[in-house]
Design a protein around this ligand. Structure first.
Ligand code: ARG
Length: 591
């Protein structure tokens, strides 16, 4: 069922076509200001066209004709002309109430279900043993939202964490472990099988070994060479190293599952760079056979620059002169793997914008190889989360931020805020803790998602956790408030019924709810969760006005009005919860 806006849009376009103008000029949109919910600006464009045809018609005359033509439309209460010829449109109360009833009975709440595409979202991107940086956090939060946006439209969407587990950091870990424990069986070059099934290292060991090695290698050429050699031998398939890598990956995945789980982020695939390595030799042969590779100073490359382009796009590096495979190579091999396994219509990479050139290069190579069409590959980049100094956020000690530390900062800020405002003070400690956790997480995620993806923003836990303004906690509060109203209604045995949107605040609420499908569609199409954030915030505000103007359970509210308002509250709750769920945000039962 179309939204009211869609119905009006079609009607106006049709009317303008009947008047002899192209339908493109006559779209209906939400009004940015004024009382009318909708407007059509088609008369302006039509007057321009009329003038070219040598007819003298001013926009107000044309607007008058359109109004005349649509005067008996069943969904329109009135129309008037503003300014030079804008048509203001007021839908009828009946149309609004009918639309509310449709939304109530639609399990998708107005989200259009599309022909299912097969989609992969590549996000998360944490590296084995390296602590996660804020880029990984944003990728997880935005990627999860984009994945869910496409899922609610009916697509088949798979999320892949695409772990970094195949580069120099592996060589660092292996060589550092060998320095510490040279007698482990993994380092015996003569041995090729029968390694222990228990990991020789824990996550803490990995987190210690990696910086130890990389710091040592910074100032010591020989130490660096050891890591390089270990990387090359690993990539050449040395059995002991492969066995170690298996342990590193298992230990890291277990830790990452906990970390991402705490963030409410779930992956369907826990693949990484290492697992596509076996595909590389055949891939290189294929690329060579296609004649798109070149030798360049001992390295194997694919040139991807286009004629007459202004920017400088360097070639894709398939093999370094040492024979090592690189970041380009594993991403290309992953594209080969995905084509064979998932045959996706679309792959969305949610990765820091600073990697834009990398993806541009990889995508061009994949298109040149004829594996994908350009429109099947999209890099949804994002800006950085900065500290108050305007630089990518660092811990007080200047280190990279660990996810668990970030969550603790948010948790503390939420606890402080809740205590100050006395919210939830009457609940037991366990519940208070759970509320603080949810408020902290909602604050962080909403603060991140409500920005345009590409803008940088400043990490400000105090502002993020405010209960007023466009924040996660404000939205949780809206949800909890409705839940509490519905509990009270239940206790009074009040039931919801037919919606009759009589009051302005009721109509405004329905019209706000009716924009959900649109918000989801545009958010997904533009890979832009902030559009959905705006929508949810508007709904929460519209509910707040409705709740102020339209008493629900007050003694003198007539039964049918009570039932209608309860139905509106229920519908609002369903939509807020669904919208927040798409954003990966969970609300408490009460607070
Ligand atoms: N591991 C990479 C990093 O830390 C991010 C991976 C992004 N995904 C990809 N397919 N390259 O920078």
């Amino acid at each position: 069922m179309p939204s009211i806006l869609e119905t009006l849009d079609a009607a106006f376009r049709e009317a303008f076509v009947a008047m002899g103008y192209p339908k493109q000029i006559a779209g209906v949109q939400e009004s940015a200001r004024g009382d009318a919910p909708f407007q059509c600006n088609g008369a302006m464009g039509a007057a321009g066209i009329a003038k070219k045809r040598g007819e003298k018609l001013n926009p107000r005359d044309i607007a008058g004709q359109a109004i005349e033509a649509l005067s008996t439309h069943p969904m329109i209460e009135t129309m008037d002309i503003g300014g030079p010829g804008f048509i203001n449109i007021y839908p009828s109360a009946e149309a609004v109430s009918n639309r509310a009833a449709e939304l109530v009975s639609d399990e998708n709440l107005g989200i259009e279900q599309l022909d299912p595409l097969s989609i992969i979202v590549d996000y998360g991107g944490a590296n084995v043993a390296k602590p996660m940086h804020v880029g990984h956090l944003r990728s997880a939060v935005i990627g999860e939202a984009i994945k869910r946006l496409y899922r609610v439209q009916g697509h088949n969407v798979v999320g892949d964490v695409h772990m970094g587990d195949w580069g120099l950091q592996m060589g660092h870990l292996i060589s550092e472990l060998e320095i510490e424990q040279p007698n482990l069986p993994y380092f015996d070059a003569a041995k090729t099988e029968g390694y222990p099934s228990e990991s020789p290292v824990t996550m803490d060991d990995l987190a210690r070994l990696y910086p130890q090695a990389s710091n040592a290698a910074k100032n010591d050429k020989d130490r660096m060479e050891r890591s390089r050699v270990a990387t090359a031998e690993l990539q050449a398939g040395r059995a002991g190293y492969m066995a170690l890598l298996g342990h590193f990956i298992d230990v890291s995945v277990a830790a990452l599952k906990v970390g991402y789980g705490n963030l409410g982020v779930e992956f369907d695939l826990w693949k990484g760079e290492a697992c596509v390595d076996p595909l590389i030799p055949a891939m290189i042969e294929e690329l060579k056979a296609k004649g798109i590779t070149e030798e360049d100073d001992g390295a194997l490359i694919i040139r991807v620059e286009e004629e007459n382009e202004k920017k400088d796009v360097p070639p894709v590096m398939l093999l370094a002169s040492s024979g090592a495979v690189l970041y380009h190579t594993t991403d290309l091999a992953t594209l080969v793997d995905r084509k064979a396994v998932n045959d996706p219509d679309l792959i969305i990479y949610v990765v820091d914008q600073r990697q834009a050139l990398h993806f541009e290069q990889v995508f061009r190579a994949a298109v040149k190889a004829d594996w994908y069409k350009p429109e099947q590959l999209y890099h949804a980049g994002f800006g950085t989360m900065n500290g108050k100094d305007g630089k990518p956020f660092k811990t007080r000690e200047g280190g990279v931020l660990r996810l668990e530390d970030l969550l603790e900062i948010m948790n503390d800020a939420a606890t402080k805020r809740l205590t100050e405002s006395g919210i939830g003070a009457e609940f037991d400690e366990a519940e208070q803790k759970e509320i603080a956790r949810k408020v902290g997480l909602a604050a962080l995620k909403f603060a991140d998602l409500q920005n345009q993806r590409l803008t940088n923003y400043i990490f400000d836990p105090e502002r993020f956790t405010a209960f007023e303004g466009k924040t996660g906690p404000y939205l949780l509060y809206a949800v909890v408030r409705i839940k509490s109203i519905l509990r009270k209604a239940e206790a009074k045995e009040a039931k919801s019924g037919m919606i009759n949107a009589a009051e302005p605040a009721e109509q405004q609420l329905v019209l706000a709810l009716d924009a959900f499908g649109r918000a989801v569609a545009i958010s997904a199409e533009k890979y832009s969760p902030h559009i959905l954030c705006d929508h949810i915030y508007k709904v929460a505000q519209a509910f707040s006005r409705f709740y102020t103007d339209c008493p629900i359970l007050a003694g003198d509210t007539p039964e049918d009005v009570k039932a209608s308002r309860l139905a509106l509250a229920e519908l609002t709750l369903r939509q807020l919860e669904k919208g927040l769920n798409i954003l990966g945000i969970d609300a408490p039962e009460r607070m």
